[in-house]
Design a protein around this ligand. Structure first.
Ligand SMILES: *Cc1c(COP(=O)(O)O)cnc(C)c1O
Length: 392
């Protein structure tokens, strides 16, 4: 039998062993963990919607009316009015003809990719795509060609040298780097080479573009440019689940073929109702995005002045590059001693030698919260100096 204990020990020794932190109370910047308050800079609740009282109120009302459980899959008797309304709302929010509501982003990517590509087809996937996209590619049994991150020239060469059905898939905003895919150029290439473009805008929805319609809308790309748009609802939108939006024909095809849509219990209808309410707020409350932009620029300026290495990101995902796994852990722990929660991200989530602290900002952070982070980073800067001296 495989030696699982030895594999775990190996992980511990490489600084790759992971533990779960337990938190109590609502998800907001000030978390309680082990009875101790921690100011968090690591959630994906970019707009501060996760603990918005209006959403709990709507969800509670919907549960009173419709009960809690989803009870059956969508194709049996689980497809509720509330799901249907949310799908229409998502289509109008994204400017698409129609949309499908999935239980999670992970399932949306697995189901959509495996349904739209199969044996004999080729999928072109950005090297830094999310794990759920990678797994969807594997599940599809199509040939997978990974192209260097954001490199449209390399992609075009690959597209030219490939026959048959082609699908190109990319994150809109990359989850560990915070940069944005070259979407306009990808759309152009896909048209020219007759490839189907799939964009997963998990981190752009709610955050980027007019009224928070995402990275695809920010560039004014239509349904013809990006026929398959995936988004998640547990990040900027603050609830749970995910969606895929696009032409009716494709959505119809997915209802027939996407196994992660078909063979799973429908989400509680109350989640769909609360998500509709969140979309209304997200769309209208521009001040959340404006505040976020101020936080992002103040963070970048402060951290850069201290000599931290940032990534070219204008999104709320602001990684601090460290490199070494233990160094990233040491910096994260030193910040935690100061009451600041910023998680160290290590391989295999990021490439080997690219361990980092993934700082995420939220409209729920006050400017004073950000100042506390910057003060903490200033106190802890010497940890990275130690490394630089060792290298020299
Ligand atoms: C978080 C994330 C997902 C998964 O979404 P869940 O709803 O959390 O399962 C998919 N794609 C990307 C790019 C993500 O960051």
């Amino acid at each position: 039998m495989r030696d699982f204990a030895a594999e775990l020990e190996q992980r511990r020794q490489s600084g790759l062993y992971r533990v779960r932190r337990q938190v109590s109370g609502p998800q907001q910047p000030l978390l309680v963990s082990d009875g101790r308050p921690l100011l968090s800079f690591c959630s994906n609740d970019y707009l501060g919607m996760a603990s918005h009282p209006e959403l709990s109120r709507v969800a509670a009302g919907a549960m009173q009316a419709n009960g809690l459980g989803g009870a059956a899959s969508h194709l049996i008797c689980g497809h509720h009015d509330a799901h249907h309304q949310l799908e229409q709302r998502l289509a109008s929010f994204t400017g698409r003809s129609s949309a499908l509501f999935f239980s999670t982003g992970y399932m949306a990517n697995m189901g959509v990719i495996a349904a739209l590509a199969g044996r004999g087809d080729t999928i072109f996937s950005d090297r830094l795509n999310h794990a759920s996209i990678i797994d969807g590619c594997i599940l599809s049994r199509a040939r997978v060609r990974r192209y260097p991150h954001g490199d449209t020239e390399a992609l075009e060469a690959m597209l030219k040298s490939t026959d048959g059905h082609k699908l190109v898939v990319t994150d809109g905003v990359f989850s560990m780097d915070g940069d944005i895919a070259p979407l306009a150029e990808l759309a152009r290439l896909c048209r020219r080479h007759e490839a189907l473009l799939v964009v997963d805008d998990a981190h752009g929805i709610g955050v980027l573009g007019p009224q928070g319609r995402g990275s695809v809308a920010e560039l004014g790309l239509s349904e013809e440019d990006v026929p398959v748009l995936i988004g998640t609802l547990g990040k900027g939108i603050g609830t749970s689940g995910a969606f895929v939006a696009g032409p009716e024909l494709l959505m119809d095809y997915l209802v027939q073929k996407a196994r992660t849509y078909i063979y799973t219990t429908a989400m509680p209808p109350a989640i769909a109702s609360a998500t509709c309410a969140s979309l209304d707020l997200v769309e209208h409350e521009q001040h959340r995005r404006e505040h976020l932009v101020k936080l992002i620029s103040a963070f970048r300026q402060g951290a850069t002045e201290m000599g931290y290495e940032l990534m070219p990101s204008r999104t709320p995902i602001q990684p601090i590059m460290v490199g070494d796994n233990w160094m990233a852990l040491a910096l994260s722990r030193a910040l935690e001693e100061r009451g600041l929660l910023v998680t160290a991200i290590r391989p295999p989530t990021v490439p080997e030698g690219e361990a980092r602290l993934r700082v995420t900002l939220s409209a729920a952070h006050a400017m004073d919260d950000l100042q506390q982070l910057l003060d903490g980073l200033s106190d802890c800067r010497h940890i990275l100096n130690a490394r630089e001296e060792q290298v020299v």
